[in-house]
Design a protein around this ligand. Structure first.
Ligand code: NAD
Length: 445
């Protein structure tokens, strides 16, 4: 396949990773309304941390196959594929906020001059691609879908922290389209880009089924996490039980699998919480009781309360204690703090009177500063964080924290107490040196 011209609207985690990866072969232009982001990309820099992304952007800019702009008209002039990757946050009531998607569709409609396949990639509730995106583009362009432009939904499954790898080696590509020309165009694009991908993992279906695949996948993964957390709370009350062993035993069942069974501080990030809230809202709207989704969210909220209760049970009054929170990003490998359990835990500790919190993260300090300003202290050095602390709480499982030994904790802390909210330490090694409270391990009361 020859080089194709691709325009990607929205240069965030999804859009920019796709752009940088596609630019290995195709000509890609990213369109973003954020001028700072556009400038950074054109200067060959990633606006956020994602392993491998900086290098890809550098080589894309150097080869001339990748560029960024805020001029959608220019960007769409020669585009054969137009990907929409703008954000779809939650409204206050949990409902999906489609304002960015609508505005992107509006801008595409205004700029569309020739046939192109418009691919909705932002996660949206079923019906949105057809009834909102397609409709707005038709209204604004005066063109007809199916004849003058194509429309499809292709969900994105990448995980932040592994985004480049996940884009380059996806488990599957799901193409939602109901027009043969669009399906054939997209099959050609993806078959060519992933030459080793078996046909069985390149699946086609209706637009609405593809939209639901994305929500159903996230609901299932979030359910596994909340399931592990529920069993973890049982484990804490049963002598000699450890959730790590229990989930190893459970996950070896091929029907279940070992991933997403880690008990801990719960899930966060820009996807699971908002997508589950969107499902609840959408389900109610079409008269379906969202039993499982609500329970998963409820269990997830409880994990925050439980980690905080471990701290309070051990320290009592918080106002004269120094608490080191190890981790700010919602998971390792990213600077993203959206819906991060760490931020919720810090907020709750402050609400309960904590006045001396030092938060540590190798990548996300700048993001957290925008949230907490000067109300807490920050460091990127875990050893500085635990120095003179009365309690250290592990909230994100960065490798940097795994390297802190029991002797380091014992030597540096004022009161050697560690709450392992991600199960990164081996309890036997801490015995007699540091008091270690672990999520999902029997806690003697
Ligand atoms: P993001 O917030 O990181 O990026 C969105 C970008 O779109 C921003 O740079 C913003 O400036 C830009 N934008 C907004 N309106 C625009 C417009 N009209 N024109 C041009 N640019 C515009 O979001 P994200 O994390 O990349 O997520 C995008 C979508 O992908 C969401 O629907 C999300 O649910 C979904 N998704 C995200 C992930 C993930 O891990 N982040 C994974 C799978 C799916």
């Amino acid at each position: 396949m020859s080089e194709r011209n691709i325009a990607i609207i929205g240069a965030g985690y999804v859009g920019l990773v796709a752009a940088a990866c596609f630019a290995k072969k195709h000509n890609v232009v990213c369109v973003d309304i954020d001028e700072g982001k556009v400038e950074l990309i054109n200067n060959a820099k990633a606006p956020f941390y994602e392993p491998g992304l900086d290098e890809l952007i550098k080589s894309g800019i150097k080869s001339g196959k990748l560029r960024a702009t805020n001029d959608i008209n220019g960007a769409l002039e020669s585009a054969e594929f137009i990907f929409i990757s703008v954000g779809t946050p939650s409204k206050d009531n949990g409902e999906i906020d489609l304002s960015y998607v609508k505005s992107a569709a509006h801008d595409i409609g205004k700029a569309l001059r020739k046939y192109a396949v418009v691919v909705q990639r932002s996660t949206v509730v079923p019906g949105t691609t057809r009834n909102v995106v397609k409709k707005i583009i038709e209204e604004q362009s005066g063109r007809k879908a199916g004849k003058d432009f194509g429309i499809a939904f292709v969900p994105e499954f990448l995980r932040e922290g592994n985004a480049v790898h996940d884009f380059m080696e996806p488990d599957r590509v799901v193409i939602g389209a109901d027009d043969d020309r669009v399906t054939d165009n997209l099959l050609e694009l993806y078959r060519d880009f992933y030459p080793k991908m078996p046909d069985s993992t390149l699946v086609t279906m209706s637009i609405e089924s593809a939209e639901l695949v994305k929500y159903a996948s996230n609901l299932f993964l979030a359910t596994k996490i909340s399931f592990a957390n529920e069993v973890a709370e049982l484990a804490e009350k049963i002598p000699n039980v450890d959730i790590v062993d229990v989930m190893r035993g459970v996950g070896l069942d091929k029907r279940i699998g070992p991933s997403y069974l880690g008990a801990g501080a719960g899930f966060g990030g820009s996807c699971f919480p908002k997508d589950l809230n969107a499902i609840v809202h959408f389900a109610r709207k079409i008269d379906v009781p969202p039993f499982i989704t609500e329970a998963v969210l409820k269990r997830n909220r409880r994990q925050i309360e439980r980690i905080v209760s471990f701290v309070v049970d051990q320290l009592g009054k918080l106002d004269d204690k120094r608490i080191a929170v190890l981790g700010l990003s919602f998971k390792p490998g990213t600077s993203d703090t959206r819906e991060s359990p760490a931020l919720k835990i810090i907020n709750e500790l402050m609400r309960l009177g904590a006045k001396d919190i030092i938060a540590c993260d190798p990548k996300a300090v700048d993001e957290a500063k925008r949230v907490f300003g000067e109300s807490i202290k920050y460091t990127e050095d875990p050893f500085e964080a635990i120095k003179n602390a009365d309690c250290a709480v592990v909230v994100t499982d960065w490798d940097e924290f795994k390297n802190i030994s029991p002797d380091d904790f014992a030597g540096l802390m004022r009161n050697p107490l560690v709450i392992d909210g991600r199960r990164i330490y081996q309890p036997e090694k801490f015995e007699g040196k540091v008091k270690l409270i672990c999520v999902g391990r029997y806690i003697q009361r």
